[in-house]
Structures are given as structure tokens and as C-alpha cells.
Design a protein around this ligand. Sequence first.
Ligand code: PGA
Length: 253
Amino acid sequence: MSKKIVAGNWKMNLLLSEAKELFAQLSDQYDLWSLSSEKQVILAAPSIYLDALVQLAEDYPYIYIAAQNCHWDNKGAFTGEISAEMLASIGVSHVIIGHSERRQYFAETNELLAKKVQQTLEHNLSPIFCCGESLEVREQGHYISFILQQLDESLGGLSSKDAEQLIIAYEPIWAIGTGKTATPEQAQEVHAAIRVWAKEKFGANTTIPLLYGGSCGPNNASSLFEQKDIDGGLIGGASLKAETFIPIIKAIQ
Ligand code: PGA
């Protein structure tokens, strides 16, 4: 069985005071101690808040702090960039790699993402690797092969040991921030294909958590998370408020 995970992707939102307030509301309104190795919450915050959040989360062993990106190299003349090793040095545990917004606005390719994944693993961070198709690819009908190619090209070189650290998020681009969620059946179809891919690649016992993302909110989280191969969610907009994020965490009972 894969562990269940709800991850909030705050993207470029919230001021520091708001981020701290949101964390305080989460801890006041939800028993973060009830989380466990089998049921985890991850918060992916803007880089400059990571240190503060790592400290706020210190008391809760199963709430993890993630970065939304890292550089593909370890150090050097890359003005403005942050390495995986730097993230690890302040207590960050996960890094979102290959979000569709990074692929689209920062021209990140599958090949480049493979290097970023490698960096995270070298520094004992868990990559939350995002994949997903555009509306055009969905309508053309070859979305499964498109997604498996993303996985092959960025994750194909990993060992079964590496895969123990890995989380994969399926996020159809047409569903991100649009209010247009994939139906549970549409999401399950892709998750099942990713599960088969993972077992073929890393062995029958692999338990990589597979998260769904794209307009997932309090009203549809349960029906998505009930699907056999959906182990939780990567949540954008609805992770910015305790009143919408907490019900999503509860949906992974
Ligand atoms: P959304 O974003 O929940 O706002 O659609 C999800 C994501 O981009 O991770």
C-alpha cells in the first residue's frame, strides 16, 4: 500500500505573515498530531519562507516542507538559483519538480527535469515529480503515451532504491486553476497507467504515492481519493485557505 499524501502548492502566493497565519490556522483547526507515516501533509511554500516553515513544522513529524523548484546543478555561477543541497541544509524534505507552470514559463524539458530529480535524490530529498497533458494532447487521444514519455525521459534512469523516495503527481494542464477537474474515472485511468509503468520499471512491490492535481477541492477530493490508484492530491488554489485545505486532508482518511 502506498502512503496517503495531501500536498499544498502555494505557488507565488501569500506574504510571510499570511503564510505563518495559515500554518497557525492549520494547527489550530486540525490535529496535525493525527498524521502518521501512512498519512502525510506536505506544504510547498515560496523559497524565502521555507526556513520559517521548517521551524513551525518542527513539532509535527508528519507535516513536511517542500520547495517548488531547485536548480539542476549543485553549486556555481547561477545567479538567483537555489540548489537541492541548500534546501536540504535548512531542513526541507521534498521538492516539486516539473510542474507544468515551470515547463511552460521556464522552458523546462524532460531532460532538464531528469537532472533536477537526480540532484534532489543525491541530497536525500523526495522529488514530487509532476506530469500531465495539455487539452490539445487530451483531445488528440494520445495522452497516456505522452505522460509515460514524460516519466520515461525524466525518471527512466532511476533505480528501485531511488524510487522509494519518489512521489508522482498527475496534473492535467487543462484542469489546473481552471475549475475543470478531471473526473475520478479520467484521473484513475491515467493513475492506473502510471502504476503499471512504475511496477514495470521498479518492480512489483513499488509503492510510489500517486497524487492527482488540478482543481481538486473540498467538494471533489473524496471522490478522487476513493479511486484505487489515487493516493492523495497536489492542491493549488484550495491549499491557500485552512477552510478549504483541511477538508481535503480529511478526505484521505
Ligand atoms: P489548482 O493547482 O489546484 O489550483 O488547480 C494545482 C497545481 O497546480 O498544483
